[in-house]
Every structure is written in C-alpha cells, then in structure tokens.
Write a protein that binds this ligand. Structure first.
Ligand SMILES: Cc1ncc(COP(=O)(O)O)c(C=O)c1O
Length: 358
C-alpha cells in the first residue's frame, strides 16, 4: 500500500481471540466470566435517560473514580478510567516509549505487548521466564523506561509475590506497569504499592471478575503525578456515559463480585483436578483460566476435535509454550461438558502425540 509509516506497514496487528457468531457454542477461549454482571448493573442500564446520552460524558469518570477509590482506600486522583485495560496499555506505550525508549517484559506473556511496541516503533526487550515462571532477575537491568509484568501472568496463570514486584519497582529507574487484568481471581494484589512507590502503575479490568467484557472498561491506579501524565495522552472522552454509570454500579456491588469470583475459583480447582486426572499437566492458576499441557497428547488435534463439537479453547504452540491449551474456567455445567468431550476425544485413536499427527 505504501501510505502508512514503515512500522505500521510491517506490523501484523493484534489478533483478538475468535468470537463465534453462533450462540449454541461452549466458549472457553477468551477468559470471559461465565456468570452475568451484577443485577445492580442491569438496573442502572434500565434507568438510563436520554439526557445522559445527549451530553458528553464526564471526561474523567468521577462517578467511577469515587466508587473505586473507596474500595481500594485511596484518593480518587490516584485513578484514571480507561476504555478497557487494553487502552491503558496503549496510553502507557504512547506516554513512555519511542524509538530510543524501549519497553521490557518477561516472556511468554500477553501477546498485545509486542504489537503495541511495533506500533509505537520502540524496541521490545523480552526477558525469558525460567521453567517455573519466576520473575527474571535480568528484567531490572534492562534499563527500559517502561517495564511491564503481567500478574497473574497470561497465558500461564502463574503469580509473582507482591514483595518481589515491590523490589523490582525499587530497582528500576523507569516505570513498572503491573497488568492485573486477572488479579480478581488471585490471593493478593499490588494496589497498595502505589502508596509508597511513585513509579508503579496498576492496570485493572472490569472484563474478568466483574463480567463486563462487552462494556470495555478498565482503570489505572498510580500516584497523582503519573495519573496526570497519563491523562494528557488519553482521548478527552475515552469512557462513555453508559460505561461510567454501569462500571460504577458493578464495582459498588462487592458482595455479588466476591460471590461470583469464589464460584470461579472453586470451579478452577475442580477443572484443574479433572484435567490432571486426564493426564494433562496443569500448573496452579491464579486467574480464571488454566493452561493444560498435552504431555504425550497432540494439543492441536484435541483443539480441532473440540471445535468440531462447538467447544472453543485457545491453542498455543510457541517455542516457550508448545503443545498447550488455555482453557477459560466455565460454570460447573460447562466444565463438565468440556471434560466429557475430552474423555471421548482421548479415548479415540489419534491424539497420542507425535509428529505423525502433527
Ligand atoms: C493480560 C491482559 N491484560 C489486559 C487485558 C485487557 O482487558 P480489557 O481490555 O478487556 O480490560 C487482557 C484481556 O484479555 C489481558 O489478557
């Protein structure tokens, strides 16, 4: 084409997870919450008036900031609302990175980071995790103005201790963005780090724990100076009036949120056990998905056979993630359906791994 900047011409672009059009499928491929959002959200939606739509929204979404601030016991000016956590990542790349200012992150991790680096024309310093997905010691020495650690990590589901991330932030000269998109399902989180550390940004998403992936709402938590800098980069009206009202209703209903998260965690445990019984290797997950390694099975073939049954999961075959399936935790009924399909597939011939199935 030739009309675009060279790095855009060369970019592949991010490939979002498959979103099937049919409704009669079992969709365990993009880590949505299997349960609906709080009834409080639906009530606010039903009561939205036209005036709210006629006018521009509050540019900073104070209704949501007040509600989130209360939950995290921090002032509202420590929060910036975003059009999904992904928008915060875009804003951070634009704010901190360019041709001479690289980003650093451990790999394997969220595949959007290298795409954003390419779009921003900045170098991506990818530091490999060890086989247990511990925080790589070399990350601090990379000297990047922006370091990102996804915690719990995607797609492994593994968790790095808060203390280790505090030490990393302390060692860095640049900013540490901790991507906590999945933290609602973990046992700890890093929000309190922003009270003492002026170089930490926490990313939160309303897509996972709050069941609002379709709404597109996330937020940043950081000290006011960092928030003010990020605000300069965002679009003026980056979150719409409906989203602000509905996300605020969702975060205020902590009782529903906590019950919902507990249900997912309980199912995660059960799904992990069932998969291990089927001889998959499944590391402990702190997220709402599990990563199942095929061992002697051909994960690609299992993936295809699940798809033939209208069951969608995610298949990985990267050098650091070979022969693996990432499976979103569904409801009890959905997980049972997946496990019976897997039993059926594994008892048929042709899934014992080997290049011959390839
Ligand atoms: C690791 C990670 N970070 C951030 C996001 C962004 O989530 P959202 O834009 O839906 O808030 C996702 C979405 O799946 C993710 O997997």
């Amino acid at each position: 084409m030739g009309y675009f900047r060279q790095n855009i011409e060369q970019a592949k672009g991010y490939e979002p997870g498959f979103q099937p059009k049919q409704t009669d499928v079992l969709k365990l491929n993009t880590n949505e919450n299997p349960y609906p959002p709080s009834p409080a959200v639906m009530k606010v939606l039903a009561e939205i008036n036209t005036e709210k739509l006629r006018r521009y929204p509050d540019p900073v979404g104070d209704e949501f900031r007040q509600a989130a601030a209360q939950i995290h016991s921090i002032p509202p000016d420590n929060i910036m609302c975003c059009n999904g956590g992904d928008e915060l990542l875009t804003i951070a790349f634009r704010a901190f990175c360019d041709r001479n200012r690289p980003v650093a992150y451990p790999v394997p991790t969220y595949s959007l980071y290298p795409v954003l680096a390419r779009l921003q024309n900045c170098r991506a310093i990818q530091v490999p995790f060890d086989s247990e997905f511990n925080l790589p010691a070399k990350l601090a020495g990379a000297g990047a103005p922006l370091t990102i650690v996804c915690n719990p990590n995607a797609p492994t589901g593994t968790f790095i201790d808060v203390g280790e991330l505090a030490s990393l932030a302390d060692e860095l000269d640049g900013v540490l963005l901790i991507d906590e998109a999945y933290v609602d399902f973990a046992e700890a989180d890093c929000v309190n780090l922003v009270k003492d550390l002026d170089n930490v940004i926490i990313l939160r998403s309303m897509s996972k724990g709050y069941g609002l992936a379709g709404l597109r709402f996330g937020y940043a938590v950081a000290q006011p100076d960092l928030i003010a800098g990020l605000m300069k980069v965002k679009d003026s009206y980056n979150v719409d009036a409906l989203a602000i009202a509905l996300a605020a209703a969702a975060i205020k209903d902590q009782k529903y949120f906590k019950e919902n998260v507990e249900k997912v965690k309980k199912e995660r445990k059960r799904l992990t056990e069932r998969l291990r019984e089927l001889n998959f290797e499944v590391p402990e997950s702190s997220a709402n998905f599990v990563l199942a390694a095929g061992r002697d099975r051909n994960a690609r073939e299992i993936y295809d056979k699940l798809e033939q049954r209208n069951i969608y999961v995610r298949f990985f075959d990267l050098p650091s993630l070979s022969n693996k399936l990432r499976i979103t935790v569904g409801t009890g009924e959905q997980n049972d359906k997946l496990i019976s399909a897997l039993k059926e597939i594994l008892s048929s011939k042709g899934t014992s791994n080997g290049k011959e199935n390839g």
